[in-house]
Design a protein around this ligand. Structure first.
Ligand code: KG4
Ligand code: ZN
Length: 332
């Protein structure tokens, strides 16, 4: 079984060829970071235009690298949502065109489920039930998987996503975009205890995430302490802010683990590239004798291999496999 997958939900144009859920023949990712950097965040209109410019090249390159032709594919897959609707429709239209022309099935895939699936590309033996955390620029959500391909949403963010909070503070300080990796680098030798951030209190004991309080607190500290790009306190401030985001994610992971007693933990999404977060997550799993599955960094950010892997797993399970072109984008 050969499948070509396309991912255009946000600001990465990506295409991958797979021969099985864990057999990635190519995974081409073209980042638009340089285009959005001057604005400090993704500009939806620019993102969809850029997808339109790049999609045929990226798909062509992924076929070339895999040494196959589009005509060799047994199926096609594409991200349906959630994401930016203008970006999603570029990938969906392209995938529909291929499926229509070659008369092959087209599988629509959920972006958050695909992020979770990234963990299975590199690790086959992840025991259920699984607690899966997706932390990215657009989403911060937790799911419980009692069995393969069944996703129960446990929590989501009430306001900003974890990566969005990092991106906004980076933008405010004029450090650049995307903020997560820039903050990680600048915070490396900083003291994370210097500026304490209080964890958000959910009055209803909800498991939901929330990051906008950190942003407000960060802006106050920046003002009161005179934090600036050139200032001596920058590294300590960024380390403290990064620590606050990580601590609040881990606090929820601890509570969800107590409540739902998973046997394995998955961490994925762009923010899961963060070394400090990865180490804390792995440490927590080890302490609790749970298996931790964190995809390697290149599979944590948006990529089509995770989309293809999920599509093939769905086709294999027989569920949700359809040869229909009646597929639409869903932004949320
Ligand atoms: O999953 P992703 O590529 O796209 C979305 O679906 O949002 O995630 C992008 C997010 C951005 O907010 C970026 O700042 C963050 O992931 N990110 C990081 C790191 N690398 C990327 N955050 C913290 N540390 C990193 N090393
Ligand atoms: Zn994503």
């Amino acid at each position: 079984m050969r499948l070509l997958a396309i991912e255009t939900s946000c600001d990465e144009t990506s295409a991958a060829v797979l021969a099985g859920p864990a057999e990635v023949l190519s995974n081409v990712v073209l980042s638009q970071d340089a285009i959005h950097a001057p604005y400090g965040g993704v500009v939806p209109e620019l993102a969809s235009r850029q997808h339109l410019k790049s999609i045929d090249l990226v798909v062509g390159e992924s076929l070339n690298l895999a040494g196959v032709r589009a005509a060799d594919m047994d199926a096609f897959a594409v991200t349906q949502g959630p994401g930016l609707v203008g970006s999603l429709v570029v990938g969906i239209s392209f995938a529909k065109g291929l499926a229509y022309y070659f008369k092959k099935p087209l599988v629509g895939v959920d972006h958050l489920q695909a992020h979770i699936q990234a963990a299975f590309i590199e690790q086959a033996d992840v025991p259920y039930p699984i607690l899966a955390i997706v932390v990215s620029g657009g989403h911060t959500s937790a799911f419980l998987l009692k069995e393969p391909l069944r996703y129960e949403l446990l929590a989501r963010t009430r306001d900003d996503a974890a990566g969005e909070a990092l991106d906004k503070i980076s933008k405010f300080l004029g450090l650049g975009y995307p903020g997560g990796p820039i903050i990680e680098k600048l915070a490396k030798d900083g003291n994370p205890k210097r500026f304490p951030f209080a964890l958000p209190k959910m009055t209803d004991r909800s498991l939901d995430f929330s990051f906008s309080g950190f942003k407000t607190a960060a802006l106050r500290i920046i003002r009161e302490e005179g934090i600036s790009r050139e200032g001596a306190a920058l590294a300590d401030f960024l380390a403290s802010f990064e620590e606050a985001v990580i601590r609040s994610v881990m606090k929820k992971v601890e509570r969800m683990t107590e409540t739902f007693e998973p046997r394995a933990l998955i961490l994925s999404g762009g923010v899961a590239r963060n070394k400090r977060l990865r180490a804390r997550f792995e440490g927590f799993a080890a302490e609790n004798r749970l298996k931790a599955a964190i995809p390697s960094p290149k599979l944590c950010t948006d990529n089509a291999a995770m989309v293809g892997s999920l599509a093939l797993a769905k086709l294999k399970a027989g569920a949700d496999a359809f040869a229909s072109l009646d597929l639409n984008a869903y932004p949320r």
